[in-house]
Design a protein around this ligand. Structure first.
Ligand code: NDP
Length: 259
């Protein structure tokens, strides 16, 4: 039964103890913060990302903080071959024999431009990294998720994946697709496995992607990634058992600024 409310969640120190959780885009931004939080709450974390240096820095931070030793799994979601996906699954199988959580966090913003002028190759790249790669990674890891007693798959959405907004192009379309993938997979898993599938919208968060999307914004007005991790811990952990097919906000909506 679901006992956690993601936006209000206060994670217990050992909430993720004994869980193996894989996170894409774990080297920076929200993925890095969630990886640190998962390890701080006891999880063995599989750090997936395209830049090994960044993953090594997160690894060092986790170990220095006394967390369980993570594993580093380099994977460029734009270029990865089937063999590389298989190798990730093989490595997790050999070390843990199962996977308790999979956070699809990596994402590409692409351009903010009108559909009429959107660059077609860039469109393909954004859809590939944000949607197709998440699908392919899920597919190859499903047997390991099924082997866990209570597994959680979490896709990363956005407010522009729920209501279309001009100029958000391929990024918005990719987030709509992830909301759809969440629902389709949740329905397929429901009643036949212990695998639950949800989507999370982190909300405005101070990262490189946010800066690229809103260059004129006062950065200090935007919450840091470390402030939203409890919702992720809640959804990846035992408190959200039984919850599936949902799309959740990590933050309360921001109030409009007074005129
Ligand atoms: P960042 O740009 O800070 O992080 C994005 C991550 O995705 C990085 O770790 C990046 O790796 C990784 N990534 C990008 N391309 C690839 C690739 N080809 N292969 C592997 N990894 C890749 O952004 P955020 O932390 O803000 O974004 C995290 C998620 O949250 C995204 O899905 C985003 O859409 C979503 N989101 C963010 C919001 C915000 O306000 N920040 C709001 C709503 C949703 P590298 O470090 O190597 O570039």
């Amino acid at each position: 039964m679901t006992t956690c409310e993601p936006r209000l969640h206060v994670a217990a120190p050992d909430e993720l103890s004994g869980r193996v959780i894989a996170i894409t885009g774990a080297g920076d931004g929200i993925g890095r913060a969630v990886a640190l939080a998962c390890a701080a709450h006891g999880a063995e974390v599989v750090l997936l990302g395209r830049k090994v240096r960044k993953l090594e820095a997160v690894y060092d931070e986790i170990v220095a903080g006394g967390g369980p030793e993570p594993i580093i799994a380099p994977l460029d979601l734009e270029r990865a071959t089937a063999r590389e996906y298989d190798a990730i699954a093989d490595a997790i199988r050999a070390r843990f024999g199962r996977l308790d959580g999979l956070l699809h966090n990596a994402g590409l913003l692409g351009d903010l431009s009108p559909i009429e002028h959107y660059d077609v190759p860039l469109w393909t790249r954004v859809l590939h990294v944000n949607v197709t790669a998440a699908f392919a990674l899920t597919q190859v890891l499903l047997p390991l998720l099924r082997a866990a007693p209570d597994a959680s798959i979490l896709f990363t959405s956005s407010s522009v994946g729920r209501r279309g907004r001009a100029y958000w192009g391929a990024y918005a379309v990719s987030k709509f697709a992830l909301e759809g993938l969440t629902q389709v997979l949740a329905d397929e898993m429901s009643g036949v496995t212990h695998v639950r599938v949800n989507a999370i919208n982190p909300g405005a968060t101070r990262t490189a992607m946010r800066r690229a999307a809103y260059p004129a914004e006062v950065a200090e007005s935007v919450p840091l990634p470390g402030t939203i991790t409890a919702a992720y811990v809640c959804l990846l952990g035992p408190g959200a058992r039984g919850m599936t097919g949902q799309t959740v906000d990590a933050q309360a909506p921001r109030l409009p600024r007074p005129a």
